[in-house]
Structure formats: structure tokens, C-alpha cells
Design a protein around this ligand. Structure first.
Ligand code: PMP
Length: 354
């Protein structure tokens, strides 16, 4: 029996996507060859890449608005450097909301001058800073929309004259936003899209070409745009699976439809965390993430019992990140409301037993 997979990433993908991906590894669409043994220049794969790129823009409602979608390698971590390499001339602002923003800022400071606009490090990143002042004249302002480790999520994005760059690795395609407010969005595939190995970058073309430094070809967004995201061999399997997942999402009714489910899942878990005296939430209530719910036991003596109970219920991936401890229930798009229900039942069973 398939487990209820609450893993933080790589993580659960839709069952029908897994099935189709497995079939394509054996044979792609009746062509007598596997997806992973054909040229990336074949008409079959070129069509996959085109579809994956156009579906991303379509779902984010960014078609015809001057954006390009790219599927690059090097993970979201390489984007920390690429963003700075391509956009940082004088100074850039970083909102430091967790380990990943912190790393992005450090990387920017290798390349130029990154300014920490505000930080929630003082409370181990359990909230999203608010009411801070954004300096004038930034080349861009960098945000992390969802903090995977700490379970916080930006609900209201800051208003800024500077171009907005956002790491959406752990909540892309999970909620409706006006994506045209962002000038560059990036996200590792391994949460809401596909297997690890490709990173989606959505970039507004008129943002590029403004820095004076020379940029190595592979690190230059313009190179990848000019070659339709095929400058070198792309990660064919992760791109293919991402395409399937985006098609699955579109067939489901797009971001509006999945957001409704995601809200139900989040409500269900957070109300249990709040009502059950054996549990307490980690993140500030108003900043709670709909993707990653972080919580702990109020009495650590119950740990062994609780751990045995959720494992017995077929739940996987519930342990918190080492920098927070406790538990983290990651509820990405492919995780069903039913799976969250199973976890909530275990939590209330514990209360009954304790
Ligand atoms: N940003 C966020 C928000 C993440 O959650 C992660 C990884 N989970 C990263 C960046 C780093 O991604 P990668 O491992 O693809 O470099």
C-alpha cells in the first residue's frame, strides 16, 4: 500500500503522473524508444520542452506578458548565484526569512552587494518580518515566498519600486497570486513539479542585459532564452515529469482549483494543532504556510508513542528539519485531503490515549 507521503522534498507526485512517467521510461508515446534514450533535439523531446515551458506560463497567467520560462540545472541553489550574476550591479535587497534566503543573500555577497532588508533570524525564523523599510535604488528585491524548513509563507508581498525576484521553490503552483508583479521567479522542480534535477525560471526579458559584467554562457539567462531552454542537454526526465504534472494541474482546473484543496488541508491540520493540547505550532499564526506545517509535542515523553502511531498509520516523512526539531507535515499539491485526515486522526487518537 502506498504511504501517506508528507516528505518535504523530493516529495509526493500525483499517482497518474508517476504512472505515465514510468511508462515513458519504457516507451514514449508508442515510438519504440524510451524518453531517456532519445536525443533532446528529437521532435518528440522538443515538443515536451515546448509544452513544459508554455504550460508554466499559462498556469501562472503570464502568457504574452514578456516572460520566458526556462528549465535549468543546478537546483534553486544555483539560482542564488545566477540571479545576482545577471541582475546585481550596485546593490540588491534580501528579505531574510530562513535558511534558503540566508544562503541566497550570502551568494549575492560573493558577487556584489546584497543588503539584508529585514530578518526573522532573532526568533529562529518563525515569522515573516513586517513594517520594514525598503531602501531606494535597489537593483532588485529578493524574497522567499515559502520557507520550507520553518513553515512560514509570505501572505502579503511588499510593495517596492525595485524589480521583485522570488524563490518559490516550495509553493509555486499552489496558490493564486498576481504573478505579473514578479520580474523573476525560480523554483526547484522537486516539490510541486517533478523529480529533482531541473529548476523552473520565469524571467521577464526586459530585466536582462543591464549589468556591466561578463557572464559565463551557462550562467547567462539570455543564452538559455536564445536557445529555447536547450543550450545544452536539459534534464530530460525531470522536464518531462514536470510537464506531466503541469498538465495534471491544468486538467484539474489550474491553480484556483488546487488552492481550494490546499486551503482545506491547511485548515484541517492547523485546527488540530490549535485544539489538541498535546501539540503546539512553531510558526506565527498569521504567517503559517499552507505547504509545510511545523509543530511539536507539548510533552516530549509522548514522542515514542506518537512516532510509532503515525508510522503504523502508513505516514512517511513527518520528522521536522534539524534546525527546528519536532514535526513538519509537508502538504504539496499532490498530497490528498484524505492523507491529512489520516494524520489528524492519529493526532486526536494520541490525545484520547494519553
Ligand atoms: N529554496 C527553497 C525555498 C527550498 O526549499 C530549497 C530546497 N528545499 C532550496 C531553495 C534549494 O533547492 P535546491 O536543493 O534545488 O538547490
Amino acid at each position: 500500500m502506498k504511504k501517506h507521503n508528507f516528505s518535504a522534498g523530493p516529495c509526493i507526485l500525483p499517482a497518474e503522473v508517476m504512472q505515465k512517467a514510468a511508462e515513458a521510461v519504457l516507451e514514449l508515446d508508442g515510438i519504440g524508444l524510451s524518453l531517456i534514450e532519445i536525443s533532446h533535439r528529437s521532435k518528440e523531446f522538443v515538443a515536451v520542452m515546448e509544452k513544459a515551458r508554455s504550460l508554466a506560463l499559462e498556469l501562472l497567467n503570464l502568457e504574452g506578458k514578456g516572460y520566458q520560462a526556462l528549465y535549468l540545472q543546478g537546483g534553486a541553489s544555483l539560482q542564488f548565484a545566477m540571479v545576482a550574476y545577471n541582475l546585481l550591479e550596485n546593490k540588491a535587497g534580501y528579505l531574510n526569512t530562513g535558511t534558503w534566503s540566508d544562503k541566497a543573500l550570502k551568494e549575492a555577497n560573493i558577487i556584489g552587494s546584497g543588503i539584508e532588508v529585514a530578518s526573522s533570524k532573532d526568533k529562529n525564523y518563525n515569522y515573516i518580518p513586517k513594517g520594514y523599510t525598503i531602501p531606494e535604488g535597489l537593483d532588485y528585491l529578493h524574497l522567499t515566498s515559502n520557507n520550507t524548513i520553518f513553515g512560514t509563507q509570505i501572505k502579503e508581498f511588499p510593495k517596492s519600486d525595485a524589480p521583485l525576484v522570488c524563490d518559490m521553490s516550495s509553493d509555486i503552483f499552489s496558490r493564486q497570486l498576481d504573478f505579473s508583479k514578479f520580474d523573476l521567479i525560480y523554483a526547484g522542480a522537486q516539490k510541486n513539479m517533478g523529480p529533482a534535477g531541473t529548476t523552473l525560471v520565469i524571467v521577464k526579458e526586459d530585466l536582462l542585459g543591464k549589468v556591466s559584467r561578463k557572464i559565463p554562457s551557462m550562467l547567462n539567462y539570455k543564452t538559455h532564452i536564445s536557445k529555447d531552454s536547450m543550450f545544452n542537454t536539459p534534464a530530460v526526465f525531470p522536464v518531462y515529469v514536470s510537464m506531466l504534472t503541469l498538465q495534471w494541474l491544468k486538467d484539474l482546473g489550474g491553480i484556483d482549483a488546487i488552492e481550494e484543496v490546499n486551503e482545506k488541508k491547511a485548515k484541517l491540520i492547523y485546527s488540530e494543532i490549535d485544539l489538541n493540547p498535546l501539540f503546539k505550532g512553531f510558526a506565527a499564526k498569521e504567517d503559517r504556510s499552507n505547504m509545510n506545517a511545523t509543530f511539536s509535542l507539548t510533552d516530549e515523553k509522548l514522542k515514542d508513542t506518537f512516532d510509532a502511531m503515525w508510522k503504523e498509520a502508513g505516514i512517511n516523512g513527518l520528522n521536522g528539519h534539524r534546525s527546528v526539531g519536532g514535526y513538519r507535515a509537508s502538504m504539496y499539491n499532490a498530497l490528498t485531503l484524505e492523507s491529512v485526515g489520516v494524520l489528524v486522526d492519529v493526532m486526536s487518537d494520541l490525545e484520547r490515549k494519553a
